[in-house]
Write a protein that binds this ligand. Structure first.
Ligand SMILES: NC(=O)c1ccc[n+]([C@@H]2O[C@H](COP(=O)([O-])OP(=O)(O)OC[C@H]3O[C@@H](n4cnc5c(N)ncnc54)[C@H](O)[C@@H]3O)[C@@H](O)[C@H]2O)c1
Ligand SMILES: [Zn+2]
Length: 376
């Protein structure tokens, strides 16, 4: 693990009036976490929630940094994986908060990927009717997406992310060195969400990614810049639509298809992880837009080529195992919460970085398109 000398972190502000907060991004931030936490929440105690993998690799450094700053902290470690986003684990986190006698002014520190962030963010949102939350995201996906914006929650037997609250953090600390221990596959999956911001409405960022992909994967300044740009993009959308009543839906580019694919693959990470589903989903959204005469084929080709260059899948056939029938996919798409009253709502695009919310997508056109994709 590289012990990079601490340079000033990049600071991205999420503007939400009284709920505004900073995202700090840079190498070596874990070692500075105590100082930053104490500055944001003077006098607060902390419960650090993590998963076994992340805690085993990095918790010592975080706890030492908190202790050096005089912050009383304890650690709760949960099993890694999506199944941890459950009612049972929610109870475990809330019970621990109460057993530690933490008050509303104290902090829950979510130290892990999106699973830990969503679960402990929810616990922080409901324990004592809402406590402070500090996000210390450790996966690329969590650094560029799930730790920012205040959506928290768990899964229900009826589906993913169906139970939760909006609860904004008081601070996000994204230490880009921590990503060195992430598996290549998880890094790539997070990168799909980075590409997403370019494809939504930042064509310059997309071009920058085309030029800098290898450097971002290698680490260093390009990685910090990619995380910072992604956070700026997400912060801008969230500031304009905190509770997803309007434009925040653009963040779902690739996700209606992606969620359907994840569901058919039974959320089995051996077959498909979220970012891979999003990658295929974004490629499908671009090809579907071409088919509808909305987007030049060349732009869709460029989006797809970049995802492939990053080692991400872009076709349904690349997912191992079967079950990908037209009926299965249409069924999942119809169940998606982005479907309102029969009309299909999709994020489509007019070209690179020109995504828009299409509320009147014809189910017949979609069916024809998917049939061809499945036959291809
Ligand atoms: N709240 C939101 O706005 C939002 C947005 C997108 C996704 N999400 C949620 O995020 C979750 C996915 O997040 P994720 O991809 O981070 O999954 P995750 O939390 O399961 O992490 C992925 C894997 O990487 C491991 N890991 C994390 N950091 C590591 C590190 N530094 N070194 C080594 N291993 C590390 C974890 O232990 C886990 O096995 C999903 O539940 C999804 O619903 C939420
Ligand atoms: Zn996503």
């Amino acid at each position: 693990m590289s012990q990079t000398p601490v340079a000033a972190p990049v600071r991205v502000r999420v503007d939400l009036g009284p709920r505004s907060y900073d995202i700090l991004i840079g190498p070596g931030l874990l070692g500075e976490a105590g100082r930053h936490l104490a500055a944001a929440l003077p006098g607060a105690r902390a419960l650090v929630v993590s998963d076994e993998t992340v805690a085993g690799l990095h918790a010592d450094r975080l706890l030492a940094a908190l202790s050096e700053a005089g912050i009383a902290a304890s650690l709760l470690t949960l099993p890694p994986g999506e199944t941890t986003k459950s009612f049972d684990h929610l109870i475990a986190v809330v019970d621990r908060i109460l057993a530690e006698r933490l008050e509303r002014g104290d902090a829950v520190v979510a130290f892990g990927g999106g699973v830990i962030g969503d679960l402990s963010g929810f616990a922080a949102g409901i324990a004592r009717r809402g406590m402070h939350l500090i996000q210390v995201p450790t996966s690329l996906l969590a650094q560029v997406d799930s730790s920012v914006g205040g959506k928290t929650g768990i899964n229900s037997p009826c589906g993913k992310n169906l139970v939760g609250v909006f609860h904004q953090p008081a601070l996000v600390l994204a230490d880009t060195d921590v990503l060195d221990t992430l598996s290549e596959r998880e890094f790539r999956a997070g990168y799909a969400e980075v590409v997403k911001y370019g494809l939504i409405d930042r064509p310059d960022f997309f071009e920058w990614l085309e030029r800098n992909r290898a450097a971002i994967f290698a680490g260093g300044a390009a990685r910090v810049e990619a995380v910072a740009q992604s956070c700026r993009a997400k912060a801008a959308v969230v500031a304009g639509d905190e509770r997803e009543d309007g434009d925040r839906a653009l963040l779902n580019l690739g996700h209606t298809f992606g969620h359907a694919l994840e569901s058919v693959a039974r959320y089995d990470p051996a077959r498909l992880v979220h970012g891979e589903g999003v990658s295929i989903g974004m490629a499908l959204a671009h090809r579907f837009s071409v088919r509808l005469g909305l987007c030049p084929g060349q732009d869709a080709g460029r989006a797809e080529a970049h995802l492939r260059a990053a080692g991400l899948p872009t076709r349904i056939q690349e997912i191992p195992g079967d079950g990908f029938t037209l009926d299965a996919l249409m069924d999942r798409i119809a169940q998606d919460k982005k479907v309102s009253r029969g009309a299909l709502t999709f994020i489509l695009t007019r070209g690179l970085g020109q995504a828009f919310v299409a509320r009147d997508v014809s189910p017949d056109a979609l069916r024809d398109f998917l049939l061809d994709e499945l036959r291809a």
